[in-house]
Design a protein around this ligand. Structure first.
Ligand SMILES: NC(=O)c1ccc[n+]([C@@H]2O[C@H](COP(=O)([O-])OP(=O)(O)OC[C@H]3O[C@@H](n4cnc5c(N)ncnc54)[C@H](OP(=O)(O)O)[C@@H]3O)[C@@H](O)[C@H]2O)c1
Ligand SMILES: *[C@@H]1O[C@H](CO)[C@@H](O)[C@H](O)[C@H]1NC(C)=O
Ligand SMILES: *[C@@H]1O[C@H](CO)[C@@H](O)[C@H](O)[C@H]1NC(C)=O
Ligand SMILES: *[C@@H]1O[C@H](CO)[C@@H](O)[C@H](O)[C@H]1NC(C)=O
Length: 372
């Protein structure tokens, strides 16, 4: 070792060498003293800041995507004032045994928003991954969804409590009515009344906001007619978001426009076309063209398109490299954005996700002409 601290002194105890040793020791002491002083100062600042944050009782700002490469928003502000991060990790079809690792990778890359649901059957593992990240709970946005079998007001709080227990958290940032279809308890049989009029379900969710178990409430898979029907009631809290299928094949420009005009944030689910159509989506000629021109991947082109459209985007992946890839959002040049928007909206829309038939309904859930 020949560093300053370890430079060996000659064995000879002459006065000169002694003086040299003393000088060096004094120097070391000075350096150590400065080092300790600076460390103590920084620690003081850290304690002061975290103390102030605790005292003010305020939610610390949610860290959103840190790598939005532009003026695109990293968050949207909801009616409550809470800021929802633009890009989330979706965890539908992320199996138990792999979903925890996916959530951990996402949090490492910088995601601070997880889009889950009771029905995905993986909330306990998601909760463990969030806990073990060591990131403070208030810095992570967690969404869950109320399943169809629990729409009856008396079933909602127990369903929510089950989700909270599994996630191991005292509150959700966002709780959505997963589908505008209510099933009778423990069955797949439609409850016609609660389906036609979801207000009793909504009113119970409002109560749970006031109880502090949910910070924001919203809807999912609601079309314009259903939103109008729900919001014609004397709501205490209006829906914070509507989570719907938005992708190249089903871009829903009318719903997007209407939602903007009515101050309702949309969340894009199956943004890459879902498991069934992701390959096709990533090989759409205009997507490939933009990808080549900008030197970004086809998935990044599509995710960036969603953000520029003004929606939250919820790509799902359990593959670390893709989780990383999907978090890099780019501000597409206006002309390329318009080309992609035009291409997406000029073919007949085609949904990837539509359980109407599977649930034995004699109507389409998404039909604007409501069946009652
Ligand atoms: N509210 C609702 O009713 C509803 C319905 C559907 C979805 N959602 C939400 O939306 C989220 C996303 O939707 P989704 O899972 O249907 O579809 P998606 O995110 O459009 O697509 C997921 C598929 O794309 C693959 N993939 C992801 N990133 C990729 C990349 N960069 N390159 C190539 N392939 C990639 C994934 O594979 P790997 O995982 O194998 O990497 C997976 O097969 C869900 O997880 C859920 O949170 C909500
Ligand atoms: C931002 O964009 C530039 C080129 O447009 C790219 O080189 C850089 O890697 C991007 N940064 C991030 C964090 O995505
Ligand atoms: C919503 O639609 C249902 C079914 O038609 C109806 O009973 C209910 O009154 C409507 N709600 C409002 C507030 O208009
Ligand atoms: C993309 O499309 C444009 C117009 O059709 C064409 O001129 C250009 O060469 C294409 N670029 C790539 C990289 O494919």
């Amino acid at each position: 070792m020949s560093s300053f601290f370890y430079k060996p002194l000659a064995a000879d105890e002459s006065g000169e060498l002694f003086e040299e040793t003393r000088r060096r020791r004094t120097h070391v002491k000075k350096i150590l003293f400065h080092f300790v002083a600076v460390a103590a100062f920084l620690y003081g600042i850290y304690l002061g800041t975290s103390g102030l944050l605790k005292l003010s009782g305020k939610r610390r700002p949610c860290h959103g995507p840190t790598n939005l490469n532009s003026t695109l928003p990293s968050h949207y502000t909801l009616p409550s004032g809470d800021k929802i991060p633009t890009v989330a990790l979706g965890v539908w079809q992320a199996a138990r045994g792999e979903v925890g690792a996916a959530v951990s990778s996402a949090l490492k890359v910088g995601y601070r928003h997880i889009d889950g649901a009771w029905a995905y059957g993986n909330e306990a593992e998601v909760g463990q991954a969030v806990k073990s990240s060591g990131i403070p709970r208030e810095d992570i946005w967690i969404t869950s969804k109320l399943w169809n079998t629990f729409h009856a007001p008396e079933d909602i709080e127990p369903a929510l409590d089950d989700t909270l227990t599994k996630l191991d958290t005292p509150y959700l940032d966002l709780y959505l009515i997963h589908w505008p279809v209510a099933f009778k308890k423990n069955t797949n049989e439609v409850d016609e009344e609660l389906t036609a009029n979801p207000y009793p379900t909504w009113a119970k969710l409002e109560e749970l906001v006031d109880k502090g178990k949910i910070r924001n409430i919203g809807i999912s898979n609601f079309n314009i007619a259903r939103i109008k029907n729900l919001t014609a009631n004397p709501l205490k809290y209006k829906p914070a978001v509507n989570q719907v299928e938005l992708n190249y094949f089903n871009p829903q420009p009318e719903l997007l426009q209407w939602s903007k005009e009515n101050g309702l944030i949309l969340e894009a689910y199956s943004p890459l076309g879902s498991t069934k159509q992701v390959k096709e989506a990533l090989n759409v000629p205009i997507v490939l063209n933009i990808s080549h021109r900008l030197g970004i991947t086809p998935a990044q082109v599509l995710i960036s398109w969603h953000v520029k459209r003004g929606t939250v985007v919820l790509p799902k992946s359990v593959t670390t490299s893709r989780i990383e890839e999907n978090f890099a959002v780019f501000d597409l040049p206006d002309d390329l954005f318009t080309k992609l928007e035009t291409a997406a909206t000029s073919h007949p829309p085609q949904r990837v996700v539509n359980p109407s038939q599977g649930w034995g309904l004699d109507y389409d859930i998404f039909d604007e002409n409501l069946p009652y």
